[in-house]
Write a protein that binds this ligand. Structure first.
Ligand code: SAM
Ligand code: SF4
Ligand code: SF4
Length: 424
């Protein structure tokens, strides 16, 4: 019997709904979890320090954060979040980031706190690192935390030349050593590559390297031009370069599912990203009607995500530093009620330029797939998150008609029973 499934991939979940139950049991044996609907989750991106042992050329860090909360204050802010999200019955996700979280002595007490919390509550932890400080002892300590769902390691190229151009000489080798230690300790890890002109050719090889290294997921995200990254404004990819790269990456997860079903080792590209551009039109639009389509996902600002800095400042997103409150002085609920977040929740109604006429923003059958693309890149480029994503290649005037015709056809096929819901 052929396996039919809806696929949903995300940073810490792999959801497959199958008709062929023997297929799913094989996957479950390989550690793939099965759930029947998308989890209602909320991400608290926790920048626990601004300190870092590297000085990457693209980094969005700037000099605006000058106070470092104590470990006790960091735990108290985390508790405000956990209490609020528990009331909302959402799964809290807490990636510890920075700066470099592994230079901060607070990282261990925070992991202890999350671990203790996880004894009675669902919670998913992660550490986002440059990998250079991970040795065998650090990896073995990390492996003792069940609450840690994964470690994300940055790789800005598949070779030293490219990676070190961003991260400094010797970084590539140290990062690969760190990854080796994570793998030996049995910690699931993801690889994150930020693309720009200097490294995007390497992105075509990143899934091969990730597979060799044993990564679970690969994320390829676009450079956001602010902080030091602003100086790399002229390194932003053209819309055509973005389209080619993401179209190519978009196919990887499909073949990974096939491999997983056949019990082969597979690496997944995370397409559930809000900065994943619209690249899929024409017949490829069919993927819109599986739970995860090849056009990624719309911006999560104001919905299920907040970024908190080491001085308590809350940014709408780490990649869009609009200040919406401070958790040292405010409750989580008060901060979450900020007017900017309310405006972003209705982003579709405020879109400017070509996005105001684009079916990926206006046609409810397309489920508001895009809503203007990556708000953070528009904000970085124009200071306005409601401007169209500068790296979008879709032209509503020329292309909308084709898209709408394809969607009409798909709906007709559903009505006439020629297409079943859920098949990819
Ligand atoms: C700020 S770092 C913190 C964790 C750790 N130091 C690291 O490098 O992975 C988190 C992620 O943000 C990415 N990042 C930094 N600056 C960026 C920018 N301007 N645009 C897009 N991503 C960026 C980094 O490459 C890294 O993968
Ligand atoms: S990207 Fe990470 S490692 Fe590089 S300077 Fe920024 S915080 Fe440090
Ligand atoms: S025109 Fe705007 S809404 Fe349409 S795909 Fe491009 S960025 Fe998204």
């Amino acid at each position: 019997m052929g396996t039919k499934y809806i696929n949903v991939s995300g940073p810490d979940k792999l959801v497959i709904l199958v008709k062929d139950v023997s297929g799913i049991s094989q996957l479950e044996e390989r550690g793939v979890r099965r759930v029947d609907q998308l989890e209602n989750s909320f991400t608290f991106q926790y920048q626990i320090t601004e300190n870092c042992n590297l000085h990457c050329t693209h980094c969005y860090q700037d000099e605006s954060i000058t106070y470092q909360a104590t470990t006790e204050q960091l735990i108290a802010m985390l508790d405000k979040f956990l209490t609020a999200v528990e009331k909302w019955h959402a799964l809290p996700r807490v990636p510890l980031s920075g700066g470099e979280p592994l230079v901060s002595p607070s990282v261990w007490p925070l992991l202890d706190h999350l671990q203790a919390y996880s004894q009675n509550h669902p919670v998913s932890g992660a550490v986002l690192t440059n990998g250079t400080l991970v040795d065998r002892s650090v990896a073995e300590t990390l492996a003792t935390y069940d609450v840690l769902r994964f470690v994300q390691v940055s790789l800005d190229g598949v070779r030293a030349e490219t990676h070190d151009r961003v991260r400094g000489r010797g970084a590539f080798e140290k990062t690969l050593q760190g990854i080796g230690c994570l793998q030996e300790a049995g910690i699931p890890f993801h690889i994150h590559l930020v693309v720009h002109k200097n490294n995007y050719q390497d992105a075509y090889e990143i899934t091969d390297l990730a597979e060799q290294l044993g990564a679970e997921y690969v994320l390829v995200t676009r450079l956001v031009p602010f902080g030091r990254g602003k100086q790399m404004n002229d390194m932003l990819l053209t819309s055509q370069e973005v389209k080619s790269l993401y179209s190519w990456l978009g196919n990887i997860t499909d073949s990974a599912f096939e491999k997983a079903v056949n019990q082969e080792k597979a690496v997944f590209v995370n397409r559930l990203r809000c900065d994943w551009p619209v690249v899929c039109t024409g017949t490829c639009l069919d993927s819109m009607f599986s739970l995860v389509n090849k056009n990624g996902n719309h911006c999560q600002v104001g919905k299920k995500y907040i970024a908190v800095m080491p001085d308590g400042t809350c940014y709408a997103c780490r990649r869009m530093p609009v200040v919406v409150g401070n958790l040292l002085t405010q409750s989580f609920e008060e901060m979450w009620n900020h007017s900017f977040l309310w405006k972003m929740r209705k982003k579709y109604a405020h879109m400017k330029g070509k996005c105001s006429k684009c079916p990926f923003n206006t046609d409810t059958r397309l489920n508001f797939t895009c809503m203007g693309g990556a708000s953070c890149i528009s904000y970085g480029a124009y200071g306005d998150p409601f401007m169209p994503d500068p790296q979008c290649s879709f032209d509503p005037e020329q292309d909308a008609q084709n898209v709408l015709e394809r969607v009409d056809n798909i709906y007709t096929e559903y009505r006439e029973g020629r297409r079943a819901h859920g098949n990819t």
